[in-house]
Design a binder for this molecule. Structure first.
Ligand SMILES: NC(=O)c1ccc[n+]([C@@H]2O[C@H](COP(=O)([O-])OP(=O)(O)OC[C@H]3O[C@@H](n4cnc5c(N)ncnc54)[C@H](O)[C@@H]3O)[C@@H](O)[C@H]2O)c1
Length: 245
């Protein structure tokens, strides 16, 4: 049985898609989730759906260091000590490198990469100082392994794989750090993936069932629970077997 009973879990990008599903599944398995997102409306909807105090919602722009730092200061003030962190928030433009302007490049790096650096650094600093165990889970992508028609997105997801492995080394033996690298998952983000890319993925998938946010969430629950106590620095491919390497 995957138990997350009473574990305190921070999930970024929790209002929609994969983050929302991870939040719901963690709650189902007994966790208390701090659900963070920039989208207040969808966060309120999520909170209303849960109807119990296993969820706390916070509007946080994960690209802003000050907002992240304030969140952790507030948690500390309230004597809340998170056990797990899920770096899930991400954006995708689905465009060629030639179409990117500089501020869009900054957005990808800030939201997809720097946020995970800031969250991991602050989360891990306290846990390591107190010699406490913890878990970090980064949501990467098949794009970070095999490349992407959107080079900036692809590099951001490769960066998360590098961060996962390096932090697994540097945060040991206290914090396990793993990543999930999904193929294409049916969320709003998928609508921005160019049709020819989607067809290409679909053709190379060995399993034809579409991957849903709940499928990624099930992997996340395993990686956050003690059932995965011997996994660290690992990248979990959930991609229907596309692009086997
Ligand atoms: N959908 C896919 O096919 C797919 C495949 C591989 C990896 N991923 C990754 O999974 C993660 C979740 O993607 P999704 O498909 O659920 O996308 P989504 O667009 O449905 O959800 C992303 C969430 O992140 C939030 N967010 C965006 N910018 C933010 C910011 N600055 N601060 C706080 N929250 C912010 C959004 O409001 C949204 O709720 C992303 O990291 C994405 O790269 C998705």
């Amino acid at each position: 049985m995957h138990s997350l009973k009473d574990k305190i879990i921070i999930v970024t990008g929790a209002a929609r898609g994969i983050g929302r599903s991870i939040t719901l599944e963690c709650i189902k398995y007994g966790a208390i989730v701090f659900a963070l997102d920039i989208n207040k409306l969808d966060l309120v909807k999520l909170k209303n759906e849960i109807k119990n105090d296993q969820i706390k919602t916070y509007v946080v722009d994960v690209s802003k260091y000050e907002e992240i730092n304030n969140l952790f200061l507030n948690l500390k003030k309230d004597k809340i000590n998170p056990d797990c962190l899920v770096n899930n928030a991400g954006i995708y433009y689905g465009q060629s490198i030639f179409k990117y302007n500089n501020s869009e490049i900054d957005n990808i790096i800030n939201i997809n990469v720097k946020s995970a650096i800031y969250f991991s650094k602050i989360f891990a600093a306290t846990k390591i100082k107190n010699k406490e165990k913890g878990v970090i889970l980064n949501i990467s992508s098949v794009s970070g392994q095999d490349g992407s028609s959107d080079a900036i997105y692809g590099l951001s997801k490769s960066a998360l794989i590098g961060l996962t492995k390096s932090n697994a080394i540097n945060f040991s033996p206290y914090i396990r750090v793993n990543a999930i690298a999904p193929g294409i998952v049916d969320t709003q983000m998928l609508r921005k993936v160019p049709k020819d890319r989607v067809n290409n993925y679909r053709k190379s998938e060995l399993i034809k069932d579409h991957i849903l946010p709940i499928d990624v969430a099930n992997t996340a629950v395993f990686l956050l629970s003690d059932l995965s106590k011997n996994y660290t620095g690992a990248i979990f491919d959930i991609n229907n077997g596309c692009y086997l390497r």
